[in-house]
Design a protein around this ligand. Sequence first.
Ligand code: ZN
Length: 493
Amino acid sequence: METLTQLKKYSAELVDLHHTLALMQWDQEVRMPRRGAEERAWQFATLSALVHRREVSPELGALLAKAEAQKDGLSVEERALLRVMRRSYDQNSKLPEEFVSEFSRLTSQAQMAWLEAREQSDFAIFQPLLERLVALSRQQAEYLGYPAHPYDALLDLYEEGLTTAKVAEMFAELQAPLVELVKRFAGRLTPLAFAEPFSQPGQEQFAEHLLQAMGFDFSRGCLARSPHPFTTTLGHHDRRITNRYAPRSLDFIFGALHEGGHALYEQGIDARLAHSPLDDGVSLGIHESQSRFWENVVGRSRPFWQRFFPELQQAFPAQFASLGFEDFIRGINAVTPGLIRVDADELTYNLHVLIRFEIEKGLIEGSLEVGALPGIWREKYRQYLGVEVESDADGVLQDIHWSHGSFGYFPTYTIGNLAAAQIWEAYKRYDPGFERTIAEGDLAKIREWQGREIHGHGSIYLPEELLVRVTGAPLAARPFLAYLEEKFSTLAG
Ligand code: ZN
């Protein structure tokens, strides 16, 4: 078993390198002065190229082949390690080093251009970089290969086995029922509006309080600010999240619950998987199921606020002292077709994702030009959500993903929403007294169940395999649509 020991050592070094890159990324988004961007881009390019060289080395190829030949007698974890390393080795081997380095340098520049473009609400600033990123992503798809559609190659990077056809089928099942639900419930629940601003320290404190209640371990993670909230892993005992704070928005609550859901997943991975490629969530879709579970299924539920509303009132008397509980619950669940994906309610959210899916598919297959995006964006928002896009900042420039070169990422959000509802059904079978559990603030009971069923396994099981183990069925639209129907008809009386 000497081969396996060598392979584990090799993979542990790769994990170190990736966590170092994550630290550079964290710093870039949280703390780096803007003028540091150019040199940081070169640092990313240099380090990414070195990491890539190690990821495709003949030494690693030989070790993998040798270990695979001696598979008998390996544990479930060891087999999973071989599977995960084989997948990443094959993917990386298909990409030339110059490509990896160029892609990394370009995305680093593109993030700064995107920030500036969004600030000035001027797509033209971002357009040339986006054009090059789209061209590189199309090239990437050709390097990687795909079963039927070039976009398949990119989807598979984020959700193993996902294809354009599967995503199209998922949206075909969702679109009509969602449009129908939006029609029924839009405008029937009054959104909250705040005359008095929330102080930033107050927001930070309350967000921390909720994270503590969920069981986020501050000795193994921290909370910071960034323009676009995210969760990242710098080590087995270092899982970080960011949040954003606006004066008159409840983003600080739902952002914290969302990123907290991601972080609980990461912090819940079994210690025996530490320092290995299995010490990671299995896919973006399953990851998003955990964040949406806490943000929406738990975090926008009546029992959750039976527990926390009195504290919210106490923390922010000017905003909540005279607001009734029912108005609050209806307000945080108000259905309002809008322009911004991250602000979208549970009914309209997946229509925002559908628009991005259609656009990305067009960009990658070459049927859509980057220059046409602002216009296409306006058209689709009018058609699917009935809203008028007034500016690029609130339109085509609102998401950071394309500046990261992430095409194929968005559909995992919808997978996460569906999986969250399906996992919720499984949890309710386990804990029929769930409403009381939540209302009494016994959130550890939920976290421990998730830990046993999902988090602890890290990347040992394939996403679909894991979902079947937890819920007894592969991903389906039915539990999500049933959850929405029940929740919103109750809310609207
Ligand atoms: Zn998320």
